[in-house]
Write a protein that binds this ligand. Structure first.
Ligand SMILES: C[S@@+](CC[C@H](N)C(=O)[O-])C[C@H]1O[C@@H](n2cnc3c(N)ncnc32)[C@H](O)[C@@H]1O
Length: 235
């Protein structure tokens, strides 16, 4: 069955963008997944098809109106019995993880709501039980790039999209650790050698070396992941 992505955006031309290339692009052509893009502008109000208004309580910028987004979301989700979640990428969301993309890829698809301006009126997020995910602790100008990133993370996990299913299992985050360093030919390059264990052909030694390197890099670069990994190993 085709994994379905419906995207609500003020900038429909952005999609599928990079997802039209490489693995995701091929999967799109082969209908492993579908990408339906919905322009929010026609749902806007008045002569200027406005989607936004000033924030109650004052402050800078504009907020996307709940009535306008409700109209668009109900049009797109009505009659859909797949139970696909509505995702709103936002800096106010929980930090997205590999577990989230695995969970989403295992479902029937997603409805992505791309924010602009200062964001979306809270009430429409409540009404649709919207899942709010943050891409990182920095602010982008719109939800389109986070939506593309989350979709890419999901699509590559769909059955048949990646060449080897093992490449998904051994990646960073899959076991709570960052990945070990990677090397390829030539074995000697600009006076730098590949670690000899990788040329030994001894699978057990290679696996132990990779595990140790994963642990070292995770401890150094991501103390948060390392703490969670240690906690999980104890339990
Ligand atoms: C300029 S931002 C709004 C930021 C918002 N006023 C705040 O301080 O949380 C406009 C839109 O970009 C998207 N966005 C920006 N940064 C993001 C991030 N780190 N993760 C996910 N979405 C983000 C969201 O959809 C957001 O509604």
């Amino acid at each position: 069955m085709t994994w379905r992505a419906d995207i609500l955006t003020l900038l429909p031309g952005i999609f599928p963008g990079p997802l039209g290339f490489s693995l995701a692009g091929r999967a799109l052509q082969e209908e492993v997944w579908s990408c339906r893009v919905h322009d929010l502008r026609p749902y806007g109000l008045g002569r200027h098809r406005a989607l936004d208004d000033t924030p109650f309580g004052g402050g800078a910028g504009m907020v996307m109106r709940p009535d306008v987004l409700d109209h668009a979301l109900s049009d797109i989700t009505s009659g859909d019995e797949t139970g696909r979640p509505v995702i709103y990428p936002t800096p106010r969301g929980r930090r997205a993880t590999q577990k989230d993309v695995v969970r989403l890829a295992e479902g029937a698809g997603v409805v992505m709501l791309c924010g602009r301006f200062e964001g979306v009126d809270e009430r429409v997020l409540e009404k649709y039980d919207v899942q709010q995910l943050c891409l990182g602790d920095f602010v982008l100008s719109g939800g389109e790039i986070p939506a593309l990133a989350l979709l890419d993370g999901c699509v590559r996990l769909l059955p048949g999209v990646m060449g080897s299913s093992l490449s998904g299992e051994e990646e960073s985050f899959s076991d709570g650790l960052l990945e070990y360093p990677q090397y390829t030919r030539p074995a000697e390059w600009e006076g730098r050698s590949v670690p000899s264990v990788l040329l030994s052909g001894h699978h057990g030694d290679i696996a132990r070396w990779r595990q140790k390197e994963s642990e070292v890099v995770t401890r150094e670069r991501r103390p948060d992941l390392w703490a969670a990994y240690c906690q999980q190993s104890l339990s």
